[in-house]
Design a protein around this ligand. Structure first.
Ligand SMILES: [Zn+2]
Length: 334
């Protein structure tokens, strides 16, 4: 098992969706719950108290289309982009999982939270440059695409961090290993023609975002079907094969790509059988299987000598912190 891990927590970057009237079953305090669980076991957590300020708009437009990043800079178009990203509006114009009358803070504040989360991911990545592993409480916005936010992910933190590090010549090659229940479609789209960043995604074969069929009415591939370097598609009821298929996928990734300087792991907790998001219900790993999954990835990377930055990805409902607490307890032998 890996022996070094820095846990990084930035309370000011907690998304706290309910305070904006957004009623997605993300336990708003999931990051906080994990931080508390760590302190109860005397596991060190580095708490970021100052506002981080390393990222520029260039770092965002290096990854996303500049027209989209521009829309995030003015209030009215930012609100529209947030509504789309968090699926807050139905085709008939009514609200979906959104009640502005219950908001206690302006929804535009979400943008700064997301930026601080990406800043914190970048901060955490500095440990990987020193050969250490880091675990960020939060992040993993793997559905954000070049043209806009999707699936509760406004900007793609993983790709933004890796591309900034590459632009500074801090790294050459990197992997994104995505074990969230949903396909890492944004990361795949953003790195499709990038020979330096390779992606592996193990996900529900038929769950969101893979629900449209691959081709649009002009017979063009929908961007969410753009393949990762390695895709592992799990059908319902195949949980018993999960570890074997993940192990084989990691070996394939290693064989197909140059050795990376670091890896980002999108460690979604939504494959957990107690996850409450309806769209993740087609993959159901038990708590012990979640630990096996996390250890399999961590040990594979440790054996290869690849430093890892863990981002949390999806995880919904009151049990969503449990797999992370379990994994970190194991890392710290508690
Ligand atoms: Zn997910």
């Amino acid at each position: 098992m890996i022996t070094t891990m820095k846990i990084i927590y930035n309370p000011s970057s907690n998304l706290k969706l309910l305070q904006y009237g957004i009623q997605i079953p993300v336990t708003d305090f999931r990051d906080e719950l994990i931080a508390k669980a760590m302190s109860s076991k005397e596991i060190p957590v580095e708490v970021i108290k100052q506002k981080l300020n390393q990222l520029s708009l260039d770092d965002l437009t290096r990854v996303h289309q500049s027209s989209f990043i521009e829309r995030l800079q003015s209030e009215s178009s930012l609100i529209e982009e947030i509504m789309t990203c968090f699926e807050l509006i139905n085709p008939d114009g009514s609200y979906n999982r959104y009640d502005p009358s219950r908001a206690t803070a302006p929804i535009t504040e979400l943008y700064e939270c997301v930026i601080q989360k990406i800043e914190t991911a970048y901060y955490a990545s500095q440990y990987c440059l020193k050969g250490e592993n880091a675990f960020l409480l939060g992040g993993g916005f793997h559905h954000a695409m070049s043209f806009g936010g999707r699936g509760f992910c406004l900007l793609n933190d993983g790709v933004i961090v890796l591309e900034k590090l590459r632009s500074l010549n801090k790294i050459k090659n990197a992997w994104i290993i995505d074990v969230d229940a949903h396909k890492g479609d944004g990361s795949a789209e953003l790195t499709a023609n990038n020979p330096y960043i390779s992606t592996l995604s193990i996900h529900m074969k038929n769950g969101w975002p893979l629900v449209t069929g691959p081709l649009d009415s002009d017979k063009k591939l929908y961007p969410w079907y753009i393949p990762s370097t390695i895709d592992i598609e799990m059908e319902m009821g195949q949980e018993a094969q999960y570890m074997h298929r993940l192990q084989r996928g990691l070996e394939q990734l290693k064989a197909a790509t140059a050795k990376p300087d670091m890896a980002i792991i999108v460690l979604g907790a939504d494959p957990y059988e107690l996850d409450e998001l309806p769209s993740s219900s087609k993959l159901n790993l038990t708590l012990p299987q979640m630990l096996q999954r996390d250890q399999l990835v961590a040990e594979f990377l440790a054996k290869e000598g690849i430093p890892a930055l863990y981002l949390m990805g999806g995880g919904y409902g009151v049990h969503s912190h449990e797999p992370y607490v379990q994994f970190l307890n194991k890392v710290f032998d508690k």
